[in-house]
Structure formats: structure tokens, C-alpha cells
Design a protein around this ligand. Sequence first.
Ligand SMILES: [Zn+2]
Length: 258
Amino acid sequence: MSVVIVPQLSDNFAYLVVDQAARRCVAVDCAEADKVLGAAAERGLKLAAALCTHWHGDHVGGNQALAQAVPGIEIYGGHAENGRIPALTHPVGDGDTIRLDSLEARVIAVPGHTRGHVAYYLAALGAVFTGDTLFAGGCGRLFEGDAATMLASLKRLAALPEATRVFCGHEYTVNNLKFALTLEPDNAALNARYARAVTARAEGRWTVPSTIAEEKATNPFLRADSAELRAALKARAPALGEDPVSVFALARALKDRF
Ligand SMILES: [Zn+2]
């Protein structure tokens, strides 16, 4: 199995998880059906299903068109999104396993950005699709959950094997890392990653996938326990508590205004 990146809209990613032997694929987060269907057709693949991380239009806006173009397509998404995912055929929840040919995906509930946001972990592929919960170098905004909820969700993703490749919902990496550097300017891994990301974008390459190990070393939202990060935040807000939720919440609030 392999993963094909299908850019969508201005900075979104859809993905195809490809089973070459079966000549089938599964889409993740389809905003523009024509591009997803085109990417599958180009490779001679039949689209079997679509996995949706959350209900926002830039992740599921292509669902209706997929359902019309591919009769019988299975469309998966979090049942806790309460009916907001168009054309949903298979509502799923935490701990569910989705099986399609050789593909086996475990559903991980990661609320915070939206109430029913889920991630899909494909152990055999060593990959996780994180939507707008965990970004390369950042995390999603807290639209339908508080800081404690989002931090708990991110911790679940951080607990995956370190080599797991992270496929997220947007190409926001350079800006995310620029913000991270305001909090941990002396983090060597972060500085190196920022330089790599700037080069990649300048050369027209994407910055996805990253890995869980890379995120734990450089993403401030997975680093609420970093002494340097806490010190930087305390310098801005002397009354800041020591608990990780307070550290995370302040980092998120600063990013909202960055
Ligand atoms: Zn979103």
C-alpha cells in the first residue's frame, strides 16, 4: 500500500491510500471530487471508500459528488459529528476498525477542533491521517472543544509509534514552525525542521508526511512538558500555571493571534 497526495482548494490535502494489487483505493478528506476521481482514474484505480476526519466543507465538500460518481461507495466519518458529514454511509466511533480489502484502519476519536473529529491509524502502512487535529508543526483551532479536550486528543496521537507518518489536512507547516520558533528559539531540531520546510516549499514540494517523532521534538502543542517552552510562556504570562493544560491553552491562544 502507498499514499498519494491530492492537493485540494488553496492549501488542503486529500489522500488516496492505494492497494495496487487490488487496483483499488480509499480517499481521505475529499473537498474536490473531480481531482480525487481524476487521481484515481489516472492510476487505473477504483475508488472503494472515503474516510472523513471531520465535517468542515474543505474536508467533505466532495462527498456528494463522489457518491453520485461512484455508486456503492462507502463513506466513513465520526458519528459524533451528528449528521453534518454529507453522504455519510458508515458512522464510526473510537476504537472501531474499518476493513476494506487489505486496508485496516483504526478509528481514534480526537475531539477539540470539532466535536466528532476522528483520526485514522493504519498500522500496516505506519500512517495516521489527522485532519485538522494534529498539523505538521501545529494543531487545529478549538472550535468545538476546550484546551483540555484538544490536549487529550493530541496525546492520543503522540502515543502512536514514533515512526508513524503523519498525514494532516493542510499545508500550514512553514507558518506553524515560524510560530513554534517564537516559543523555542533554541530548539535545534525545530530550527533544522524550519529550514527544511522553507526549502521544500521553495522547491514546490509538500512538507507532509512528517512523523510522530518529529512532531514530539518540534511541535509546541505536543511539548507542554518542555522546560524551554514553559519558560518562554511564563515570561509572557507570569501567572501561568505549571499544568500542561494551561501551557497548551496559552500556546494555542498565542497562535490564534500570530
Ligand atoms: Zn477543519
